[in-house]
Design a binder for this molecule. Sequence first.
Ligand code: GLP
Length: 258
Amino acid sequence: MKILIFTNKTRAIARAAEMIAERIEANPRSVLGLATGGTMLDLYSALVELVRKRGLSFAQVSSFNLDEYVGLPPEHPASYHSYMRECLFSKVDIPPENTHLPHGDADDLYEEAAMYERLIVQSGGIDLQLLGIGQNGHIGFNEPSSSLASRTRVKTLTASTQAANAPYFERPDQMPKLALTMGVGTILDSRECLLVAIGSAKASAVAAMVEGPVTAACPASVLQFHQKATIILDQDAASDLKLRDYYQFVHPEECVEP
Ligand code: GLP
């Protein structure tokens, strides 16, 4: 794992946006695995700015999102379909037919999940998978106890995940209890992973992911088995890491004071 610790959120987000832009420059046909959540809001706005500045094109890029709430149609304002349209897809030149999210309102969720897996394989597989992390160590919506070999499927959300995401809904009781999510195994199949965590609320999950045992109790810890995973953190998210000085010694240029 490559652990990059930045003095503040702005620098961490800027580096993550830069990494995505670099990959698209190197391979304009990149297949991106995309994530949602508050951290990604900042990341997508930094990426959109960078794309404009550099005149980068997403015309040949394709994307697969990690997850979607069960029962929400794509046009629901709190769906991840809407989130992606508003934060990224409407702001870059990615053709809508190149963007994919699981359909949480499908009649047959098992068939939808199997089809999503097939589509990823048909696209050639994910080149760069973007990830956030839940306070309980979830990635996508793979909650603790998710099989580390799991594929796209329906998961029941924990009470803490429901509480963390309820503010995105008009009324807390509208918050879905189920989601369709890529599995941990699906995520592991990506050629490269980039996980971004900001703020002290993520510190213990980050420590468990990087320095704890590989365990289904912290699904993100499976990234220890990934061939190419970069973890971008601000100082607060890195604050519980025991080997923090070592990571900063390995990549000192990431930690200089502004
Ligand atoms: C949701 C998403 C995850 C994301 C997590 C953290 O649960 N399904 O993919 O990592 O939120 O989001 P935030 O950045 O808002 O803390």
